[in-house]
Ligand binder design. Sequence first.
Ligand SMILES: NC(=O)C1=CN([C@@H]2O[C@H](COP(=O)(O)OP(=O)(O)OC[C@H]3O[C@@H](n4cnc5c(N)ncnc54)[C@H](OP(=O)(O)O)[C@@H]3O)[C@@H](O)[C@H]2O)C=CC1
Ligand SMILES: CC(=O)[C@@H](O)[C@H](O)COP(=O)(O)O
Ligand SMILES: [Mn+2]
Length: 385
Amino acid sequence: MRAITILGSTGSIGTQTLEVINELKLNYEILALTANTNVEKLAAQVKEFEPQFAVLMNEEAAKELKYELSDLDTKVLVGQEGLIEVATSDEVDLVINSVVGAAGLFPTLEAIKAKKDIGLANKETLVTAGELVMAKAKEYGVRILPIDSEHNAIFQALDGENREDIEKLILTASGGPFRESTAQDLANVTVEEALNHPNWDMGGKITIDSATLMNKGLEVIEAKWLFDIDFSDIEVVVHPQSIVHSLVQFKDASILAELGLPDMKVPIQYVLTYPERTENRLERLDLAKIGSLDFEAPNTELFPCLGYAYKAGKTGGTLPAVLNAANEIAVEMFLNGDLSFIEIPQLIKKVMDQHQVVQKPGLDDILDADEWARAQSWKEGENLC
Ligand SMILES: NC(=O)C1=CN([C@@H]2O[C@H](COP(=O)(O)OP(=O)(O)OC[C@H]3O[C@@H](n4cnc5c(N)ncnc54)[C@H](OP(=O)(O)O)[C@@H]3O)[C@@H](O)[C@H]2O)C=CC1
Ligand SMILES: CC(=O)[C@@H](O)[C@H](O)COP(=O)(O)O
Ligand SMILES: [Mn+2]
């Protein structure tokens, strides 16, 4: 029996992780479940899975949860300290990080230092501090197993291959709900339209990132650090069906890909059972029924966030942390109705242009840049709207 901590268990990935463990009766003891503020959902999960620990990010919510769980033995912890305690506990074997945003960085770093393997959905960790996180993972001999569908596909395609044989990585992008829109259309899109992803049912923040193509930009940076590849060897191609989850091109012109219906339970299961594969009852891909698969170049004029991410990644230093933080605030403002869809990239560019990049940053430099970018984004965002 392996013990697992799921950070962000109430979200889209966290919930599906619990479902996979349950449906396949995988050999995991649920040690800890965590959420930000969602007392109701976390309480329901705790009642079902009876973990040793449950964590919420603020005192008030934790108090409510304690009251809800007064009949159970589950210990309720609070805040960053609580997250770190359950991510580093001696008992835990695997930490799934399915928190959204740069809030996932600290528990990832602490789990690595405690030599815990990590199933990583939280791409913002690697965007913000990829070089540092991967160096720590190497130092502590920790495996970072990618859950993000594109990176999981590449991870599978690279199994048994030599790194030196890779020519390039090709990340597929659905193109989001506005793939066929004009600049005029984009000026008037609503939050509801932007939250309507054509293929995947995901949390709000990543769904907006998909609509702006920032998700693919974050994934380019995530791929750079996970697979140690130059940005010039990472290509993005739009593939509206999201059946080919990404590809690796080798020096002999061979291309390997992982395909399947768009269902996050597949990469989640791969990580939970790695290095084994386990039979499941998920719907199978029927290629004849699908008929054809389409590919096209991304429209970086209409969706400039992808270009901003390449720029941040290639510049390096603290700029990716600034890109990420500005994006988090821009998306929050858009979801709150305080920014229009086309103002998301405008705000990110403004904040990136104002940043004095620190090269070879330590963790403190990255945290300072993140804090500065958030404050600056709120300020600039208020000027824009
Ligand atoms: N959903 C998907 O299919 C995919 C997601 N990813 C990545 O996985 C991560 C999670 O995405 P998703 O599951 O969609 O997100 P959700 O918004 O659905 O869930 C986020 C989870 O994190 C918790 N959380 C939010 N803010 C904080 C915080 N500040 N500190 C601690 N916990 C917090 C939430 O708690 P609460 O419920 O209380 O708010 C919730 O449990 C993201 O980085 C995303 O980019 C990658 C590939 C696919
Ligand atoms: C499921 C997953 O991994 C998401 O990151 C997905 O890729 C989002 O779709 P886009 O390709 O539209 O960004
Ligand atoms: Mn993805």
